[in-house]
Write a protein that binds this ligand. Sequence first.
Ligand code: GAR
Length: 194
Amino acid sequence: MLNIAVFASGRGSNFEALYRAIGKEKIQAKIVLVISNNSSSGILSLAHTFNIPAFHISQRQFSDPNLFQQKILETLTSFNANFIVLAGYMKKMDPVIIRAFPDRIINIHPALLPKYGGEGMYGMNVHKAVIAAKEKESGATVHFVNEEYDNGAIIGQKKIIVDSNDTAESLAAKVLTVEHELLPSIIKLFSEKN
Ligand code: GAR
């Protein structure tokens, strides 16, 4: 059984899509907890609505970065998490956590990696860059997390067409639609292998 910890910083629509897909498609996985670095993030309130334990854990709460990582590890362990999904988590994952979950941490990115990834390429920045470059297509990527931004092995992608009249906002909405399909489909694959 996949016991998933979802990390996110914002709205939480990917979390919600995953939560609903697990129920609807009877995926052998459970979201056992949510962690956000942002106390006012939508994902924390969504998790409360779904009765999923949710925690605000931020580097700012700790004078020592090691204690921050220790808190995250302890929280993951106390809920038996064995798989981590970064769904709009705008922080770099610490190597300590990456080493504790080898090949068990995945991230969803709103572009077709390896294009439009790396430091600073997150959220709307990605879509603005895609529009500025007049790309004909974009999409979503799910990849393993390693110690560099958006650099781990790609697990799956889903493409969309960029229309000539698309704006960064309309593109973000289109990409989000495929993110909501891609992430659950990848979790389903992991759940079948588990
Ligand atoms: C999503 O588009 C996700 O791909 C992106 O943040 C958004 C979160 O939306 N992630 C990144 O840019 C990470 N590099 P959500 O909170 O509604 O799921």
